[in-house]
Design a protein around this ligand. Sequence first.
Ligand code: CP
Length: 313
Amino acid sequence: MSWTRKHLLDIESLSAHEITTILDTARAFKAVGERAIKKVPALRGKTVINLFVEPSTRTRISFELAAQRLTADIVNFSAEASSLKKGETLKDTARNLEALNADIIIIRHSASGAPHFLSRFLKASVVNAGDGAHEHPTQALLDTFTVLEKKGKVAGLNVTILGDILYSRVARSNIWALTKLGANVTLCGPSTLVPKIFEKMGCRVTHNLEEAIANADVINLLRIQHERQRRSMFPSLGEYTSLFGLTKARMQKTKPDVLIMHPGPINRGVEIDSDIADSSHSVILEQVTNGLAVRMAVLFLVNGGKGPQEVAA
Ligand code: CP
């Protein structure tokens, strides 16, 4: 079966086969990125718009580079300097961008469901670059790609996601991707941020950090999403770190080959000790590198590519 979707809105609706098709296509594009000439003409003549209505460093820049590597024209929309500030709606903004012949609109927005909303009336492909606390599909894809590259498999691995799960779109997309591919996913953090209801997504919930990290093959750390919390979910950052921060002492109790991941931005000394973020266990910067290949794959596929077999060897 080859890729048939016009949009990438979430991981929840994807099959394991579709996730694998994206990851296989990303692997082919990663090989392209290791050549002397890193550009391919797959999206020549196409226009891609980065419609980011929330701040971003990694996602926006890697989508921009991905589009350039595919020879597309890419335009970065600046929300602060746009007519959104004059009261123009998201719908009108997107329709005006489409009137400028956009083929793919990549959207990051604070409202959950914003990409799904655009996909209902746009002819252009829509790619979700993070919507509220709902999903961040390309982050989960690059995380899964990195786990596969480092561990050789996903099925059967013990993956612990540690931190602010409740407000994290990265957590939700990772849970869907990892469980669909057969990993054992454990969620850990304060009970206010990791409610038991997440067990309905097919993962285990614990509030015991020592237990959550002892058998983990992968620990994916999440920052506290202060921007989405309407009230404080724990007494202080210091207390959070003392109870749930990955410190050097706690690291001693993990498996010797544990992978440490983080989607970024990291808050050094809060959810992760600075030395651990920079240690040989950490693949945080490799995640960023892999994001480029994953986003090339996503743009290629939503534009009509069928799979890795179409990426020139
Ligand atoms: N991981 C991530 O989404 O980072 P940015 O917010 O910098 O894009």
